[in-house]
Design a protein around this ligand. Structure first.
Ligand SMILES: *[C@@H]1O[C@H](CO)[C@@H](O)[C@H](O)[C@H]1NC(C)=O
Ligand SMILES: [Ca+2]
Length: 324
């Protein structure tokens, strides 16, 4: 207990000394999910859940550690905050030592409560997805290990390709070993003046560590927060302990009054699709084929020439013999 108090103190102290932390930022209760989860009845105020999701006094379990589960929880109030930071306290754990999956996603999306193939939400979604992917679907060599955290911005035209773990559509990402840890794990998504910063606190250091930062991300206001998770052949418990949305106090933001309610989500920077490069190149295979064909061809030509010379010499001999 004393240790817990001390670590809480350290955590608060770490927040206090972090210069980025503005004491004027305040938590929006209607977009947050903190203990105790239940209001007066059995309803969670401002949140709706679906699929395999269960609510316990200490956590919200999106999926249990069982095969083929889909669970989600969605905020019912659209977010009209322009600059924000979302902090999620989560726990992904299960019996699998080497085989586990599939992961969970933190959404800021136009539509809510949609069941679908992208970790329990619809494909061709509109909005932002922060994907905490624990299972590598890609059979070939990967540039990165799993678990992997990546960001995707979609205007409704992009398909999330599970077979490539979404690497073709991701903005950026980082490896993050957040699974089966004996201490608290957190992720922060900060959206400030069109800069998206994702950081993690998964090393029991009570400090945020940068995962990635992308500039030029335009998100509309009025979208919904959600969290969804799936299991397939492989499984994990995907637990959410808390969700906190802070409105950032930025008196110097000149664009704060610009109407963002009707824009499409967009990002000016995309990572080049890396997996295309790693695939076996057909040109190198045909190069080998061309070489073999040329080798066989030149052997055949040499054989023809040798046979021709031998035939000519024999024929010539016969001709010469006739004169005798
Ligand atoms: C939607 O996004 C795609 C991919 O980034 C882009 O090519 C397309 O122009 C966008 N569509 C609109 C209407 O902005
Ligand atoms: Ca995956």
């Amino acid at each position: 207990m004393l240790f817990f108090e001390f670590s809480t103190f350290l955590f608060l102290f770490a927040i206090y000394v972090n210069a980025e932390w503005n004491t004027k930022d305040f938590m929006k209760r209607e977009h947050s999910l903190i203990k105790p989860y239940y209001g007066s009845g059995i309803e969670i105020p401002f949140w709706q859940f679906m699929g395999s999701t269960i609510v316990t006094p200490n956590y919200i379990r999106l999926t249990p550690d069982l095969q083929s589960k889909v669970g989600a929880i969605w905020n019912s109030v659209p977010v009209n905050v322009r600059n924000w930071e979302l902090q999620v306290h989560f726990k992904v754990h299960g019996k699998g030592k080497d085989l586990f999956g599939d992961g969970f996603v933190i959404w800021y999306a136009k539509e809510r409560m949609k069941d679908g193939p992208v970790f329990g939400n619809n494909d061709f979604f509109q909005g932002l997805a922060i994907i905490l992917d624990t299972y590598s679907n890609h059979n070939g060599p990967h540039n990165h290990q799993h678990p992997y955290i990546s960001g995707m911005v979609n205007n409704g035209t992009l398909h999330y390709d599970h077979d490539r773990d979404g690497t073709h559509t991701q903005l950026a990402g980082c490896e993050a070993r957040f699974r089966n840890l004996g201490y608290d794990t957190h992720i922060a998504i900060r959206y400030e003046k069109d800069v998206l910063t994702v950081s993690t606190d998964i090393e029991n250091k009570a400090a945020w560590k940068d995962c990635f930062q992308v500039k030029g991300v335009k998100l509309p206001t009025g979208y919904y927060l959600g969290l969804s998770a799936t299991t397939g052949d492989l499984s994990d418990n995907h637990d959410i302990m808390s969700v906190r949305l802070f409105e950032l106090d930025l008196p110097d933001d000149p664009q704060a009054d610009e109407d963002r309610s009707n824009i499409l989500p967009s990002a000016t920077f995309f990572e080049p699709p890396r997996d295309h490069v790693e695939d076996p190149k057909p040109s190198s295979l045909s190069g080998v084929k061309v070489f073999l064909l040329m080798l066989i061809g030149s052997i055949a030509i040499v054989a023809c020439v040798v046979l021709g010379i031998m035939f000519y010499q024999k024929h010539h001999e016969k001709k010469m013999k006739r004169f005798y």
